[in-house]
Design a protein around this ligand. Sequence first.
Ligand SMILES: [Fe+2]
Ligand SMILES: [Fe+2]
Length: 286
Amino acid sequence: MTSNLVPPSPLFSPGRAGGEQRWTLDDIPWQAIAHDRLAGREDLFILLATASLVEASTALFTRNLVDHFRGDEEVTRWLDENWLPEEMQHGQALRRYVETAWPDFAWEDVYRPFLDEYTPCCRLDALEAERSLEMVSRCVVETGTASYYTTLSRASPEPVLALLARRIAADEVRHYKHFYRHFRRYRQQENIRRSAVFGALWRRLRMTEGEDSYIALKHVYLARHPGRGFDPRVYRAVRREFRRSLFAQFPHAMGVKMLLKPLGLPPRVGRLFEPLVEALARRLVP
Ligand SMILES: [Fe+2]
Ligand SMILES: [Fe+2]
């Protein structure tokens, strides 16, 4: 359904100076959005608007992350020149999709109060003390986003959204690979035990239902339903509804594989963990 929307060779636009950004907003055929396919899809609107706010705010905690890896120029340069611009581009692309598909949504008016509430939450102490474990934490985040956008691309009834989500998912997988590569390097340097890796995985998984998605969803929901209230009960109900409608499209095998990888378990042992990890992976989406 979407193959006709993939740009012809070369697949990707030339990268920006100093980086290797694989696509730009110009590669997305915004004019081809099939508006009729989105009729009544309030769930997609909320998911995309929420994701656009969170992605657009990436710069808030990038400084903390870069400071954490100060002295490792390969990591800090990649974060500044590749990772951050790509995450910001995800925010811009999702914003443009939302504004094109749901033009009555005043993105900027929702983003500002979201930012005011979310900014104090981005603290340095939320990072893992050991660099290898922060890399594990980053791998969990990228697993979550890769799974999220893969789910969206599979579930989308609208071809341009499917294409956009696929592009973003590919970026997130690439980010994961970068963080994983550096995790392996730091694990050796810091002599980190598997139990510590498991601890970092677990801590990050517990944060995935955390402040950013709650605050973003709250602002989108209240903008959409002025006069209604929003509290943890409403939040859980909305997420339950998303899970129900999207669960079948969740990339279980991919999520499990990415989450287990930093543990470096022998395949036989890894298989024993799969049901548990699959249950955990489901918490990542949406
Ligand atoms: Fe992203
Ligand atoms: Fe990412």
